[in-house]
Design a protein around this ligand. Structure first.
Ligand code: GLA
Length: 737
């Protein structure tokens, strides 16, 4: 069915194809949701409904039921006491804006999507505000963004320019957000909305998801539940500074706004110029938080994540194994080891480059992307040959947006860095790291050339880990004019996006990971160019259960790089048996991050088994629907989730015991997302017990599994020395006909 349909209760007005009509009621429907607008020409654009899909009959009587009927994109000036999505200073200094609908159009997008545009114009000034809504066939996500254009006599100052606004009916509404910090990303924070303004924001400049995230969920029926209740999800697709704001005032609504963080970013829009805000992706589900996650994941894989429908390889990354101690023999050893364990890709991390200034620690060489031939005498060609010999692919680490004051690049071009006029530049990592000014087209060329040269010289490179280890540390662009210094944060990301567009046009197939001191780039705004992101520099499996739990609210497993690392862990120093580490890593995009030479044969065997087992379930994990079952945040001693194929013929169930006390009473976990009438055979993966679980190979109905679940033993039946305080299980469920 056409996702876009116009319903006109009182007048015969239609959108047909891309034709323009004087519309009244605009119904933007997805399979299970509706956004209904009143867009009468000459009037204000009003939102009447966002939530479950409405019938034509309900839409016809919506206003009588007490529809929302608030401005769909509130602008500042008339009744200025309310928060607004848009605030501008017109060319003549007038600070008020007052817009009316002039047109509603609908046009097909290149990717099968449909874009509905409500064109609005200020009643007095030639200043246009076009609000757009994009839907995709089969997806329950609506993207909204705004195009602003200035035809006034002079420059219009954009003071606030949010991507979208949504009024949410006042009530027992709970906000779920992610919060954290480096090595502790993606922590779930849930609380009811109270009066006043709740603001979530970022000002890092370069990365934007270490602390707060630009994605939230609003549970409309009280405290959030995983698999029940009405929930709205919102994800701002923007990799730069953002602001998410919910104003609960004395009206009957919580006012939700999301967009670029306008602080210190006033944008001067010259006559004839236009400005496009980033997209805000909205979704709704009556199947709880997990329902919203599934909507985001499906839409993301199909339309947003780069190569979202291509399986990801199982890799070994060199970082925690050897850090900067890279050389040809060590790399060759690691390639051989990952190949022997069944892995498919080896990634050489930081430390391989620098000629005049070799990169032996973190205080030099960024920008000098030439092989350090002391470490790698046969260069990348040599490494590629070794990879080929071992039957694995090869990947490489770069940090292209950065330089160090100790580098040949900086020596030649000090004017390329971000720095405030008349002041010394602030240095980051290693006491020397500097951020290149992506607003500068010459810097954009340099960054493009780094990737283009690598990929042109070595087309066999299969994977790039693209890091970004510094924030903007001084507000100052040596490229932007004095009166446009406030464009820095926005133009940085415009420059980055342009560069990434060029890179992807030239090199569409290379897998690229967005890393940013760990999880600094988990955002849908960056993922159109990236295949995955690094969740965190913290690989501690126990803490990963929490971090990956939160991250999965908005991002699919295929995009979440999740590695088995050494024990004791390098960040927390916790000792966790390899079985648990593998069972956690297997719930995302599986990889390894340690020196295999340091592993004993027993641990290696577990990893080998995990890799083999992961290959069997990879399509279910990477393309399946998530059902989170028991949250680690609920203090029940366990965490559990599962992935189910859309056809419901196969599933993977994960169970992690996250604390250990004697005679502990743990809840039995009921499953979700299965077909009640299908029969499923249960097979344990990553098994280490000497004897199988009682239900190994047995068959159960989806109905039984969803109302009773299976009993999980608290420990393993293994030889005494193998028992530990950790326990976890991964079960594969396959339909038996
Ligand atoms: C960052 C990344 C790490 C690693 C180092 C290399 O911290 O998050 O994974 O690549 O840089 O310097």
């Amino acid at each position: 069915m056409n996702p876009l349909k116009l319903i006109i209760p009182f007048a015969a007005l239609y959108i047909i194809g891309g034709a323009t009509v004087a519309a009244e009621i605009v119904n933007i429907s997805t399979p299970r949701t509706s956004l209904v607008l009143d867009a009468e020409k000459g009037g204000a654009l009003k939102i009447l409904h966002y939530g479950d899909r409405l019938t034509d009959a309900d839409i016809a009587t919506l206003k009588d039921a007490g529809a929302i009927n608030r401005d769909a994109y509130p602008v500042y000036g008339i009744f200025p006491q309310s928060e607004a999505a848009l605030s501008v200073t017109h060319a003549d200094g007038n600070m008020t804006t007052d817009v009316e609908v002039v047109d509603v159009t609908s046009a097909p997008g290149a990717d099968g999507s449909t874009v509905t545009t409500v064109a609005m114009r200020d009643k007095v000034y030639p200043f246009n505000v076009n609000v757009n809504y994009r839907t995709y066939p089969g997806e329950d996500v609506i993207e909204t963004w705004v195009d602003l254009s200035n035809n006034e006599k002079g420059t219009v100052k954009l003071n606030r320019f949010m991507s979208g606004y949504l009024p949410v009916r006042y009530g027992d509404v709970w906000l779920s957000q992610l919060y954290g910090s480096w090595a502790n990303e993606g922590k779930v924070d849930e609380a009811p909305l109270t009066h006043g303004v709740k603001m979530i924001k970022n000002k890092d400049g370069v990365r934007n998801s270490h602390t707060s995230h630009a994605e939230v969920m609003l549970s409309l029926d009280g405290k959030a539940q995983e698999n029940a209740g009405r929930v709205i999800g919102a994800a701002l697709c923007y990799p730069g500074n953002y602001k998410v704001m919910i104003d609960t005032d004395d009206s009957d609504y919580h006012h939700f706004f999301a967009g670029i963080n306008e602080e210190n970013s006033t944008y001067n829009l010259k006559k004839g110029e236009s400005f496009k805000t980033p997209e805000l992706a909205l979704t709704y589900s009556d199947e709880g938080l997990s329902g919203v996650s599934r909507n985001f994941h499906r839409w993301g894989r199909n339309y947003r994540l780069h190569a979202g429908n291509k399986e990801r390889k199982i890799l070994l990354n060199s970082w925690e194994g050897v850090y900067f101690a890279i050389n040809e023999d060590v790399m060759a050893g690691m390639m051989e080891d990952i190949a022997s364990m069944g892995g498919e890709l080896f990634v050489m991390d930081d430390g391989w480059f620098g000629d005049k200034y070799p990169r032996d620690v973190d205080n030099s060489s960024l920008g000098d992307w030439v092989v350090d031939t002391r470490k790698l005498p046969n260069g990348i060609d040599g490494l590629l040959a070794t990879a080929k010999k071992n039957g694995v692919k090869f990947g490489i680490w770069i940090e292209p947006e950065m330089t160090n004051s100790v580098s040949e690049l900086y020596e030649k071009h000090p004017e390329y860095i971000i720095k405030a006029p008349n002041r010394e530049a602030t240095m980051g990592r290693g006491g020397t790291q500097l951020v290149l000014d992506m607003a500068n087209p010459k810097v954009q060329d340099i960054v493009f050339t780094i990737v283009d040269t690598l990929m042109t010289k070595y087309p066999e490179i299969d994977y790039i880990k693209w890091d970004a280890n510094a924030p903007i540390m001084d507000h100052g662009s040596q490229y932007l004019t004095a009166d446009n210094q406030s464009h820095l944060y926005i133009d940085y990301h415009r420059g980055l996006e342009k560069t990434l567009d060029r890179i992807r046009a030239a090199h569409p197939d290379v897998t690229i990971q967005a890393c940013a001191s760990g999880g600094g780039r988990a955002n849908w705004g960056i993922l159109p160019w990236f295949d995955e992101f690094w969740v965190s520099d913290n690989n501690d499996a126990l803490q990963r259960v929490y971090m990956q739990w939160g991250t999965s609210y908005f991002f699919p497993a295929i995009a979440m790089a999740s590695h088995i690392s050494a024990s004791p862990n390098h960040q927390t120093f916790r000792r966790i048996p390899v079985k648990f580490r593998a069972d956690v890593a297997m719930s995302g995009r599986l990889g390894l991050e340690m020196q295999p030479k340091d592993m004993n044969e027993e641990d290696k065997a577990v990893c080998r088994q995990a890799i083999a087992d992961y290959k069997k379930i990879r399509p279910v994990v990477q393309f399946g629907d998530i059902y989170r079952l028991v949250s680690p945040y609920d203090g029940k001693g366990i965490a559990s989730l599962m992935y189910v194929t859309p056809e419901k013929d196969e599933a993977v169930f994960y169970w992690w015991k996250i604390e250990t006390f004697m005679n502990q009473q743990l809840p039995r976990v009921t499953m979700a997302g299965l077909d009640p009438d299908k029969m499923y055979k249960v097979t344990e993966l990553n098994r280490i017990d000497n004897e199988p679980l009682p239900y190994e190979g047995k068959t159960f109905s989806g109905r039984y599994l969803m109302s009773n679940g299976l009993e999980m033993p608290l420990t393993y039946k293994v030889d005494y020395h193998k028992n530990t305080d950790f326990a976890s299980r991964v079960l594969r469920l396959q339909e038996v006909k």
